[in-house]
Design a protein around this ligand. Structure first.
Ligand code: AMO
Length: 431
């Protein structure tokens, strides 16, 4: 739209045309205010009924809330107005009238349940706090891309329709691909590994992953955004350094560039400081056992249950890594240490939950094929992947970070669905 002025840019003395939604109409009798909202904020439009054209007043004050309007007028200083300025209109156009009954209240005065909100996300994301989450999400992705670029990575895009899964068979979504069985990809794992053996060497991808999680939980989605990193000639320690750099940069960018959004969310926001502690798996289970929070003591080889992660997170109190996991509970592509009981796999945790899994990868062909067999997978089905390990595959390491979990924990959201516009879960396939 030509000649449009954002509400935040309207200065006293200007004649402007603003465009946006009718946030509120306050009729005080002889005088009435219409509040127009756009992506930069809100502005008050003043109607002095006796001094103004009757049609103009009727159009301006007869419009339903949330209708789209275009208002032309003079901007005046007005200390009593919420933003210290107001528009005295000369022209009011109703561009798209909203129905009088709305499925939810975008002013936020009346609460709606999450399901109603998700069914009406357009209206929901007119609320300052909801809009703030998605502006912050966009800023996080921008900062993450920039940090990857500083680390010398190339951004890649890999297929989401695949012939085989990598992260456990029960979580696969099967589809039909021209009469053949195929799956929605659970992780770009194998593809990003294939690319560290190419001339690119260091890569990242931000894209969807699909997991047929059986249960609805506040921190699982059936379609999530994975932030994946992989580098040739890196070991797991270097991969952890890169992980820490990316997560810290995301927080720093939000602190620096999202002041208004953080105000709208009204949260305590702290950038994680210093190095993330690196605990071994053994230390982790000892510390969990020592909290006394679990009914049964954890023993070597157990995966960490959700309550265990929570108890440890409260104990540690910051982002941290868990390293030196037992080889037997890490996937086939993770390399063992010299002591083969121990893997190079690691997780990076927020006090509330796991954000990242990663590790150094097995790049030796024979060992890799053995790993498939041990995990009950048919190496033949993965021939497209394993055969590239016969033609010069460098040692390499990497990780995958859950994008929505990063936003959820960063902003203290109760439910992961708050961090994704149109979540996919057991009940939700549209919108
Ligand atoms: P993993 O399966 O641990 O590892 O996934 C990595 C991270 O992705 C996020 N995540 C999810 N977030 C929301 N809903 C889900 N259903 C979901 N599943 C996973 C989590 C998790 O920590 N290939 C390895 C990564 C690697 O080694 O590079 C992998 O996929 O935050």
């Amino acid at each position: 739209m030509q000649n449009r002025t954002y509400t935040a840019d309207a200065e006293p003395g200007d004649t402007v045309t603003v465009a946006g939604w009718v946030h509120e109409i306050r009729d005080l009798g002889g005088i009435a205010f219409l509040i127009v909202r756009d992506t930069t904020g809100k502005i008050q439009v003043k109607f002095e009924k006796d001094d103004m054209d009757e049609d103009l007043v009727e159009t301006g004050l007869g419009v339903n809330r949330e209708s789209v309007v275009e208002i032309t007028g003079d901007v005046k200083e007005e200390p009593r107005a919420p933003t210290d300025v107001e528009i005295v209109p000369t022209d009011v156009d109703v561009i798209a009238e909203a129905e009088p009954e709305l499925p939810l209240d975008p002013s936020g005065k009346v609460d709606a349940d999450l399901s109603t909100r998700l069914d009406n996300r357009t209206l929901d994301a007119r609320k300052d706090d909801v809009e703030a989450v998605f502006k912050i999400r966009a800023e996080v992705l921008r900062a993450v891309r920039e940090t990857f670029r500083d680390l010398g990575c190339s951004e890649i895009n890999t297929p989401k329709i695949v012939a085989t899964g990598t992260e456990g068979g029960t979580e696969l979504f099967p589809i039909t691909y021209f009469g053949e069985e195929a799956f929605m990809n659970q992780s770009p794992q194998l593809f990003k590994q294939l690319m560290v053996g190419s001339g690119l060497e260091r890569v990242f991808e931000i894209g969807p992953i699909f997991r047929a999680e059986e249960h609805n939980t506040p921190r699982h989605l059936n379609e999530a955004t994975s932030i994946d990193f992989e580098s040739a000639f890196y070991d797991h320690h270097e991969a952890m350094d890169a992980c820490e750099a990316v997560v810290t940069a995301a927080y720093e960018a939000v602190a620096e560039n999202c002041g208004d959004e953080l105000d709208a969310l009204d949260i305590d926001f702290e950038v994680p400081e210093g190095d993330f502690p690196r605990l071994t798996y053994e230390e982790a289970i000892e510390r969990i056992n020592a909290t006394g929070e679990l009914d049964e003591m954890l023993v070597w080889g157990d995966d960490l249950p959700t309550e265990g992660e929570k108890a440890l997170g409260e104990d540690v109190g910051t982002h941290y890594f868990i390293t030196d996991w037992p080889s037997e509970i890490k996937p086939f592509y993770i390399m063992d240490q010299d002591d083969e009981e121990l893997s190079t796999g690691f997780d990076m945790m927020h006090p509330r939950m796991e954000l990242v899994s990663g590790g150094q990868r097995e790049h030796r062909y024979d060992r890799l094929v053995e790993g498939f067999e041990q995990q009950g997978l048919d190496p033949e089905a993965f021939d497209y992947y394993t055969k590239m390990f016969k033609y010069g595959m460098p040692p390499h390491a990497g990780w995958g970070l859950g994008g929505e979990r990063l936003i959820m924990t960063m902003l203290g959201l109760d439910n992961i669905r708050e961090a994704v516009l149109f979540p996919r879960d057991r009940q939700r396939l549209s919108p």
